[in-house]
Write a protein that binds this ligand. Structure first.
Ligand code: ADP
Ligand code: GLC
Length: 494
């Protein structure tokens, strides 16, 4: 099958979170199953031209008229040209086509910058990108059987496929929701630029309180929808977690499936992880103690092998439960640090208040240390060196970090929601069963109590915890299984 992945992120080229990992790993897994998968993404400013091949053609991308501000930013009144660069996903022959348009993409960030966190012209940037994907296929003379779009930036693609790309009428479209919390909502004065007739503002489902909602239109137009865990696929059809689109999602419920993400077993394997000072496996966990020591040293925590150490790696956004953890007024972590004999090692970037709060906590508490920043190496060290992994997400479409921690024998403390509910089973202190510590309602008190429970088990149920770690490490979260489910889904639509 020919599959075109349309995505604003793919690891390692551009990543703001798990979307990038998921798109790359799924593409490689589909390739291993023998399919002709290709990825198309923008060439952002930080992706160097060197190492990529510039293809000997440009794309003519017909768009509608731009607004006066856009023209002021150097865009033409209608239509744009794009360069195309080709690379490949690492350790694979999966081609990645980069759409080059400096006016749109050679900027500081993927979706925004420090000064402008959400670029005002994102609807134009990503509609242009989605439309360019079709012109790319024309130029390559390669027709996808399946157009697989990811999240709101690519959600324009199924709309174009349905309404303005007749040559692609017999290709199936799938839109995967990695996070319903981001919908791509922009003022409707960008709509003419999309190059679609005004009646499609309502007709294609863009209209959202008189603005453009890119994800909503994609959800209305794609042949089939998926999200990244079975539980999340049910939750988003409820008012509680439907982010105002639950009605639309219920109406499309028979075409919406949940397929659990996998873990890239090459990048995340404690028995062959180059980032770690020692390797270990389920049959011999001894190297984990060396990782714990290295983590305590790296973070400036007292080196104490028998003190429970809780790790966290996260985007610092409301979704991840950061208020319940770190809010100066109601967060539970300051009290946990005072009341309970434990340590914290946290790495993350995101909300300014939270970056400031974890920095202040690091100065105030000897048993709490945080790094504001992004580092793959430190993320691996935290996963390996911690005893527990903190993931109290308010909602979690799938979550990769808890699967990494399970593979590394680091037991998650988590909210039973979305993909966390599908991947972690709760500790049962009668039988010793389980792979983590779960609570059902996200409150500071629930996080406090569940952490206390985990620490109690650490001190009093060492053997059970040891068995849990080994059990967690042997769980199978392979992308191959997920890829096979996607293939059946592609086949069912076609
Ligand atoms: P989300 O995509 O919602 O952020 P996931 O758990 O699916 O959540 O994926 C997060 C991914 O981003 C993981 O690969 C994680 O290791 C990585 N990540 C997030 N923040 C950081 C950070 N500060 N440093 C290193 N890796 C990070
Ligand atoms: C999103 C979600 C996360 C998921 C990832 C990859 O970023 O927040 O739960 O694991 O996408 O699908």
């Amino acid at each position: 099958m020919h599959v075109l992945m349309v995505s604003s992120e793919a690891a390692p080229f551009a990543k703001s979170g798990g979307l990038a990992d998921a798109v790359s790993a799924l593409s490689k897994a589909l390739r291993r199953l023998g399919h002709d998968v290709r990825v198309v993404m923008p060439r952002y400013g930080h992706i160097p031209e060197s190492g990529l091949e510039r293809l000997p053609f440009e794309l003519d991308v017909p768009m509608g008229p731009a607004t006066a501000t856009a023209v002021g930013r150097g865009l033409k009144g209608s239509g744009e040209r794009a360069a195309v660069f080709r690379g490949a996903l690492p350790d694979s022959d999966v081609p990645v086509y980069f759409i080059g348009h400096d006016g749109f993409f050679a900027r500081e960030g993927i979706y925004g910058s420090k000064a402008e966190p959400d670029y005002a012209d994102n609807a134009r940037r990503f509609s242009f990108f989605s439309r360019a994907a079709f012109r790319l296929c024309d130029s390559l003379d390669w027709k996808p059987d399946v157009l697989h779009a990811h999240d709101w930036p690519a959600a324009f693609a199924p709309v174009y496929k349905r309404y303005s790309e007749p040559a692609y009428a017999d290709c199936a479209s799938l839109l995967t929701i990695h996070n319903l919390g981001y919908q791509g909502i922009y003022p409707k004065d960008s709509f003419p630029y999309l190059g679609l007739p005004w009646e499609l503002f309502h007709g294609a489902g863009f209209e959202y309180y008189d603005s453009i909602n890119a994800l909503k239109a994609g959800l209305a137009c794609a042949d089939v929808l998926s999200t990244v865990s079975p539980t999340y696929s049910r939750e988003i059809q409820t008012p509680e977690l439907g982010c105002t689109l639950d009605g639309l999602l219920r109406s499309r419920g028979s075409n919406l499936v949940g397929i659990l993400n996998g873990v890239d077993g090459v990048d995340w394997n404690p028995s062959a992880d180059d980032y770690l000072p020692a390797r270990y496996s389920a049959s011999d966990l001894s190297g984990k103690a060396a990782c714990k020591e290295a983590l305590q040293r790296e973070f400036g925590l007292p080196v104490e092998p028998d003190k429970p150490l809780i790790g966290m790696v996260s985007r610092l956004t409301d979704q991840k439960g950061i208020g319940e953890l770190f809010s100066a007024t109601y967060g539970c972590v300051p009290r946990l640090c005072d009341d309970i004999d434990l340590q914290f090692a946290v790495q993350g970037t995101g909300a300014a208040w939270c970056e400031a709060a974890i920095t202040a906590l690091s100065e105030a508490k000897p048993n709490f240390k945080a790094r504001v920043g992004y580092s793959e190496r430190v993320a691996h060290l935290i996963e390996a060196g911690s005893d527990f992994f903190m993931m109290p997400s308010r909602y979690e479409p799938c979550g990769l970090n808890q699967m990494y921690s399970l593979r590394y024998g680091t037991l998650p403390i988590a909210h039973r929601t979305g993909g966390l509910a599908d991947t972690i089973s709760n500790f049962n202190q009668q039988t010793g069963a389980g792979t983590g510590f779960l609570f059902d309602h996200l409150t500071p008190r629930a996080v406090y109590d569940t952490t206390g429970w985990a620490v109690w088990a650490y001190y009093n149920r060492g053997e059970q915890l040891d068995a849990m770690r080994r059990r967690a490490m042997l769980l199978d979260f392979s992308w191959d299984a997920a890829a096979r489910e996607y293939v059946s889904l592609y086949e069912s639509v076609r």
